[in-house]
Design a protein around this ligand. Structure first.
Ligand code: FES
Length: 167
């Protein structure tokens, strides 16, 4: 029996990028103050990443240069530039989790899934990302698999995550 603790389930499949859908998202968020960030977040939430083709569209809608939009996009490490894998595993690397052995857990997850942080495995099954606090500090070390929070991660839990991701 696993020591892990599932808290929530969320997130469906991402939509495929189309310029039409991209333009709808831009129009929807255009009235917002500082619309670039909300648009970029909405793009990532919809497509799982921010497609390069979206950059000139956002720039022209907001009257910014492409370089400005690109700068925002690359400054924030949360934004993905390539489509995510079928599964997205985010492992907390913040303080409380580190204090609970999170560093070793994070390394073991990477080794077991056979993918580095910030990378997508070549078979497209899984993207692994570090994240800074999932709000689950009391159940450290914590991770999130496809939107599902998992606390008190142990070896058995890591094996389950790996099985889910087809490692
Ligand atoms: S520090 Fe890891 S969940 Fe808060």
């Amino acid at each position: 029996m696993t020591m892990g603790h599932s808290v929530t389930v969320a997130r469906g499949r991402y939509e495929a990028w189309t310029p039409t859908r991209g333009s709808e998202i831009i129009t929807e968020h255009l009235p917002l103050e500082g619309a670039a960030m909300p648009i970029l977040h909405a793009m990532q939430a919809t497509f799982g990443y921010v497609p390069q083709d979206a950059v000139p569209m956002i720039a022209s809608a907001l009257n910014l240069s492409r370089a400005e939009v690109h700068g925002t996009l690359t400054f924030y490490h949360d934004f993905r530039h390539e489509p995510a894998g079928k599964h997205v595993v985010k492992v907390c690397v913040a303080e409380a989790c580190q204090a609970a052995g999170g560093r070793a857990t994070a390394a073991k997850i990477s080794k077991t899934l056979n993918v580095g942080y910030g990378e997508t495995r070549p078979d497209g099954q899984v993207t692994l990302e570090p994240i800074y606090c999932l709000g689950l500090c009391s159940c450290a070390p914590a991770a999130m698999v496809d939107g599902r929070l998992i606390g008190r991660i142990d070896d058995e839990e890591i094996e389950e995550i790996a099985a889910e991701c087809g490692a």
